[in-house]
Ligand binder design. Structure first.
Ligand SMILES: Nc1ncnc2c1ncn2[C@@H]1O[C@H](COP(=O)(O)OP(=O)(O)OP(=O)(O)O)[C@@H](O)[C@H]1O
Length: 257
């Protein structure tokens, strides 16, 4: 079953067309990367999925149904800058993810349910390599560690769709490589659909099973706001092809399974 559908989606702000005629079916379990020049509408695309943005025309559907009006735990997002709660420990942050998933209004669990959630939190903290730091507060963690915590917290909410908005953009190359090695097994294990915006084309190719590029194929120099971005490339990266795309040869890029 297809999880996410974009049906003839347009986004306009006044006279400015940002996205036009977006038609896309994203199958459940896909790892989709979105690339494109600055201002092409990548974050707008994520906000549509998150429910923070409504299409000016068309519809964005989850399993064939319109999204609920409010963003819910079915969609999680991780931003470039760490979006964790500073007043909670590592364990507290991840546990809150489980509590929100189980009890969205009170975010509290009791008795055996809480014990179970604590155990799961500890396992997830271990999986992202923060085991020895479970009782620390975010201020005592490095940037890469905080980002691992943000990913763990987002996964704890068990979202059907996990949105990553340049999640590794602020990290140094070594930490970024560690995060790449981490995210793929987590995605496999949690079987969630991931939609990731990135400016790093190698990252997009290396992690995703599908890649789309957003760009404006039509430009009017007299009225730059007249045409919006469309999907200019849509690549299935699960196939072994050596087609040169965007200056890269797919076969030369190592994809960890
Ligand atoms: N709330 C808004 N009101 C008016 N214009 C907006 C709004 N949000 C976004 N835009 C415009 O929509 C266009 C696309 O913005 P968006 O942030 O989605 O692009 P992007 O591809 O994510 O860019 P970047 O790579 O620089 O982050 C930009 O021209 C931006 O100015």
């Amino acid at each position: 079953m297809s999880t996410l559908s974009f049906r003839n989606v347009w986004v306009e702000y006044g006279n400015q067309v940002v996205l036009e005629r977006i038609n896309l079916e994203i199958a459940s379990g896909t790892f989709l990367s979105i690339v494109g020049p600055s201002g092409a509408g990548k974050s707008t695309f994520l906000r549509l999925i998150l429910g923070q943005e409504k299409p000016s025309q068309g519809a964005v559907l989850l399993d064939g149904q319109p999204f609920p009006a409010e963003p819910g735990p079915d969609r999680g997002i991780v931003f470039q800058r760490y979006s964790v709660f500073p007043h909670l420990t590592v364990l507290g942050n991840v546990l809150l993810g489980y509590e929100l998933a189980a009890s969205p209004f009170t975010a509290r669990l009791f008795g055996s349910e809480r014990k179970d959630a604590v155990e799961k939190s500890r396992a997830l903290i271990e999986a992202v390599g923060l085991g020895p730091h479970a009782d620390k507060y975010p201020s005592a963690l490095s940037g890469g560690m905080q980002q691992r915590l943000a990913i763990a917290q987002a996964l704890a909410k068990q979202p059907r769709v996990l949105l990553l908005d340049e999640p590794f953009g602020a990290l140094d190359p070594g930490t970024r490589a560690q995060m790449h090695a981490l995210i793929k097994p987590l995605w496999h294990e949690h079987k969630t659909t991931i939609v990731m915006v990135t400016h790093d084309i190698k990252e997009a190719f290396g992690l995703a099973t599908r890649l789309i590029a957003l760009d404006r194929p039509r430009k009017d120099p007299q009225a730059p706001e007249r045409f919006g971005a469309r999907i200019t490339y849509d690549l299935d990266l699960t196939r072994d092809s050596a087609v040169p795309v965007l200056g890269f040869i797919r076969a030369s890029v190592h994809v960890a399974q």
